[in-house]
Design a protein around this ligand. Structure first.
Ligand code: SD4
Length: 301
């Protein structure tokens, strides 16, 4: 049993995981510690799939999605297709204690954020405008893994509470109004302190077909370890999609057990970061091998 633990998607989360780890080790509640980690990624201009300098949509505008869930109460908050604000994850978190209206999208979400004083920011950078122009002509099919990576954090704090938080600019060149799995509770993220937590990255349209995060947490609730649940949830959905449609787009899942053990399932190579009370932040690589996932310490290529 770990005293505290954190797992996050993609190498870009490394610094954020260090921030969250320090807060968890000092006894800060997971629901606070997780936000600072995700917000660090949102603010970093070198990551082009989250927050500032995120990838634009079909009209060269940056629309962001964020989600948050408190595993003690099962309260969640989420925002989708939000333009012009610094931190979708902070806006999402602020929605969790409302009786209703916990998931807001588009102009309604922006109006809420403005009314509640959330910091504004133009997230479209010159670099992303240039990428947009260059890619516009040649791009035929959307791929979730052309750098469109969602940052997902799962935490276990010293009080034994689990939570999940995610933030993304979604698919490059997405249609106006398009929402992926990331802000959808149960698909992009889920946390239940009595069972486990999970969060997904990859092609949202595929992940939503299996309500992937909830599927994995449900398996943990019925006794599977975080590792077994992550791998089974991804391989079940992957197999189903291949059987029904002939192919499955990329998807990866991180899980955290209520004991602080972590799990990863993926149908493509991807990186993630873990830390706990006995281990400093380490970046790992996960690769699919049949129904299983092979994990190794990340090495710079
Ligand atoms: C989406 N799941 O909007 C996100 C994108 C992503 O790696 O995570 N790509 O569908």
């Amino acid at each position: 049993m770990k005293k505290w633990a954190v797992i996050a998607t993609w190498k870009m989360a490394e610094n954020g995981v260090k921030i969250t780890s320090r807060l968890l080790s000092e006894g800060t509640a997971g629901k606070e510690a997780v936000i600072d980690g995700v917000a660090d990624v949102e603010d970093n201009p070198s990551f082009h799939s989250v927050g500032y300098s995120g990838r634009p949509n079909r009209d060269c505008r940056v629309f962001l999605d964020g989600g948050f869930m408190d595993g003690d109460t099962l309260h969640f908050g989420a925002v989708g297709a939000v333009e012009g604000f610094r931190s979708p994850v902070r806006i999402a978190k602020s929605l969790i204690d409302r009786e209703a209206n916990n998931f807001l999208a588009g102009p309604g979400a922006e109006e809420y954020a403005e009314r509640n004083g959330f910091e504004k920011r133009d997230n479209l950078t010159e670099e992303m405008k240039e990428l947009y122009q260059a890619e516009k002509e040649k791009r035929k099919k959307l791929s979730a893994y052309d750098g469109h990576d969602t940052v997902c954090f799962l935490t276990l704090d010293q009080a034994g509470s689990l939570c999940a938080a995610v933030s993304t600019s979604g698919l490059f060149m997405k249609d106006p109004g398009r929402l992926g799995d990331s802000p959808v509770c149960g698909s992009g993220f889920y946390a239940d302190s009595e069972a486990g937590a999970a969060a997904a990255t990859g092609m949202g349209e595929e992940i939503m077909k299996g309500c992937l995060s909830y599927a994995a947490v449900s398996m943990m609730k019925h006794g599977m370890s975080a590792m077994e649940a992550a791998q089974k949830a991804v391989s079940d959905l992957n197999d189903t999609l291949i059987r029904r449609n002939g192919h499955a787009d990329p998807m990866s899942l991180i899980c955290l057990g209520k004991d602080g053990s972590f799990g990863v399932g993926t149908n493509i190579e991807f990186t993630f970061v873990t830390a706990d009370d006995e281990h400093e932040a380490v970046v790992m690589t996960a690769k699919p091998l049949g129904d299983r996932t092979v994990i190794s310490v990340y090495e710079e290529h």
